[in-house]
Design a protein around this ligand. Sequence first.
Ligand code: ZN
Length: 199
Amino acid sequence: MALLNQSVLVLNRHWLAIHFCTVRRAIGLLYTGLARVVDDSFQTHSFDEWRELSAARTDPEMIRAANFSLLVPHVIVLHSYARRPPQEVKFSRRNIFLRDHHRCQYCGRTPPREELTIDHVVPLSRGGRTTWDNVVLACVRCNSKKGNRLPEESGMQPRQAPQRPRWPVMLQRSSGQRPRSLWQRFVDDAYWNTLLREE
Ligand SMILES: [Zn+2]
């Protein structure tokens, strides 16, 4: 059955794309409770929930077995422990951009994305750390003007003291994005969602 050999994107429990598997394998993982289906609105479903949901649908792409029909899953998330997207905002490039609204935290401008850098308020060379409360977006100009100086030395303070944001990031999707397939959304997001190491 061709449907069973189609590809399904597999996310790890941190919602990062890790590989593809066949629909057949995905159903095995769902059935044994090792994974959940991710739908277009990032809701997750257990095998039983997905089966119930499928029963109400008449899509042409349906996997039919003796005692149930299933919608073809496109994305699954492995969930040894996490049932929902992590509630704590991940320390990632994307989230720093979201938190700071693509705005240089020194001059307040919103230049093109490639002109924004991630600035250490207390420079690494002066003992600063790469943590939510020590990084802000800075335009190239402000970043080079500030150089390796401490805020008190340069007189350049971020407009807002940086801190870990509290919003649930998985739900924070900017509107006006070109619609993409559910797959593509995860694959494109890989760069922006890569966890930065807090150190
Ligand atoms: Zn600036």
